[in-house]
Design a protein around this ligand. Structure first.
Ligand code: SAH
Ligand code: SF4
Ligand code: F3S
Length: 484
């Protein structure tokens, strides 16, 4: 899952690792104990941390942004690449130094690494008191009690039903304008390189009524943009028959809600509430979704459509369920329905098992054909237990993987600038997210296509929509002035 945040001039090519963590804000509601939580990995984890804060608020914890004040430290972790896990292990070593001075402080590991390693984590990292997987957060108060009583505590049970639908997340580090709403959990896709199906379990969709209620509540509290989150939002599916028999009996109709229906339901909350979503899967995104996007001005014209590789044999080994041609046809269809202007971004992996030089060049030529606005690029990192780890040799030398990665990053840097240059002279509606990081005299926001736009402040403030004439750009940012 990917997001570009802020006025970064340098092209950010590894969303899930470099946006390493986010610290909670200070809450002061007089609770007896303090929780400090750091999130690693994708937006899903950041969103889960907000659920964790909500659950713990009810059992006597305020959040703090100062690690030294904490009675409880949680690391919400990611396993997507080896480097992501190494970052967390290094952080645990640093935290060990704090714990030496304050032995009563509790340390917990949550999220994907907790799920992958389970009790092994307690053996390998002595500092850890508590291990909880992504579906075990309701059990946290109980796990904390066990640690209070002097035991270590573990719950890595994966559920087929848990969606935390009824828990209203405590918005952490929020700008008060944009928020994420989790619409589903888990993934059933089994891409051969990917650890997510093992760490997050089976795919399940959240009750659409609770999603719409959360969007309404956010709008009423001043938020103006929601991003609907899932590993594969296009396979969102909810049926009253399967999930809520009592409501079915009351209403008498069993309407199946698919992703296009859900998008429309959220778009109808208010025309001033922007709707984004991530991640779309090229094999599953439908014409219905594209038409719904076209029908509603407030559904943003931006699709994150990870390709992973531009070669059909590699895509087959990756178990992605589409070929190079299918993918390129999808891009053509998107641009037919939504116009050339529609923002498109991707994730790509270099040096997957057996990838030849010619196959790598196929990724470069696919990039030339599509010209993405943004991309998140990685070299392949073998993950234990995945289909690829079981079936294929990780046979591409690291220096070759890295050289291929450098080549795609270089190409993407050129394409991002190329795409941004097309925007010069155009007027875009921008939702203001706050002041620019560089200067208080400038504001920043994003246009519908998800590009960061910076402009002189005048008398505007965050949460407002403004029309901006784009005057210049870099590869990562558009600059302009207010024209209304
Ligand atoms: N559900 C999303 C992706 C989630 S993981 C999707 O289907 O696209 C985010 C990205 O991390 C992936 O798109 C992929 O490009 C990358 N990734 C996943 N596993 C990886 C691995 N083993 N090595 C390198 N990159 C990986
Ligand atoms: Fe991983 Fe594939 Fe699922 Fe994305 S769709 S989370 S890459 S298995
Ligand atoms: Fe997300 Fe990392 Fe888990 S990308 S789903 S936190 S493995």
């Amino acid at each position: 899952m990917a997001d570009i945040i802020g006025d970064i001039e340098v092209f950010d090519h590894s969303s899930t690792e470099t946006n390493a963590f986010q610290v909670t804000e200070n809450q002061n509601t007089g609770k007896p104990r303090k929780l400090y939580i750091e999130s690693y990995g994708c937006q899903m984890n950041f969103s889960d941390s907000e659920i964790v804060a909500s659950i713990l608020q009810k059992s006597g914890f305020d959040t703090t942004s100062n690690i030294d004040d904490a009675d409880l430290i949680f690391l919400n972790t990611c396993s997507i690449r080896e480097k992501a896990e190494q970052t967390v292990r290094n952080r645990l070593t640093q935290i060990n130094a704090i714990k030496k001075k304050k032995p009563e402080m509790m340390v917990g590991v949550l999220g994907c690494m907790a799920e992958r390693l389970k009790t092994q984590l307690l053996e390998e990292e002595k500092i850890v008191d508590l291990v909880a997987g992504p579906d075990a957060y309701r059990d946290l108060p109980n796990l904390i009690l066990q640690v209070d009583e002097g035991d270590k505590a573990v719950n890595t049970f994966l559920s087929r039903e848990e969606t935390y639908a009824d828990i209203s997340p405590v918005r952490l580090n929020s700008n008060g304008v944009t928020a994420f709403i989790s619409i589903m959990r888990g993934c059933d896709n089994m891409c051969s390189f990917c650890v997510v199906p093992f760490t997050r379990g089976r795919e399940r969709s959240r009750d659409p009524h609770s999603i719409v209620a959360e969007a309404k509540d956010l709008f009423d509290r001043g938020f103006r943009e929601v991003t609907l989150l899932g590993q594969n939002v296009d396979s969102y599916k909810w049926s009253e028959q399967e999930n809520n028999k009592s409501r079915l009996e009351k209403n008498g109709i069993d309407k199946v809600v698919n992703f296009a229906n859900l998008l429309e339901m959220v778009a109808l909350v208010n025309p001033d509430l922007r709707v984004r979503f991530s991640t779309s899967h090229p094999k599953d995104i439908t014409d219905d979704v594209l038409f719904t996007m076209a029908n509603y001005e407030n559904i943003c014209k931006y699709i994150h459509l990870p390709v992973q590789s531009g070669n059909s044999r590699i895509l087959e080994l990756m178990n992605r369920g589409y070929s190079r041609e299918w993918y390129l046809n999808k891009v053509t269809r998107i641009r037919e329905v939504l116009g050339e202007d529609c923002g498109l971004s991707s994730d790509m992996i270099t040096g997957f098992c057996t990838e030849t030089e010619e196959e790598h060049i196929d990724t470069l030529t696919l990039m030339d054909a599509v010209k993405y606005d943004f991309a998140y690029m990685f070299h392949y990192s073998e993950r234990p237990g995945t289909l690829a780890a079981k079936k294929f040799m990780d046979d591409i030398p690291l220096e070759v993987k890295k050289r291929r990665l450098d080549e795609i990053i270089k190409k993407q840097t050129g394409h991002a600038l190329y795409r941004n240059q097309f925007d010069i002279g155009k007027i875009y509606k921008v939702l203001i997210e706050g002041v620019s990081r560089r200067s208080d005299d400038f504001l920043q926001g994003r246009n519908s296509q998800n590009k960061v736009v910076i402009f002189p402040k005048e008398n505007k403030t965050k949460g407002m929509y403004v029309n901006i004439l784009i005057e210049r750009c870099t590869g990562a940012t558009l600059f302009g002035k207010i024209v209304d």
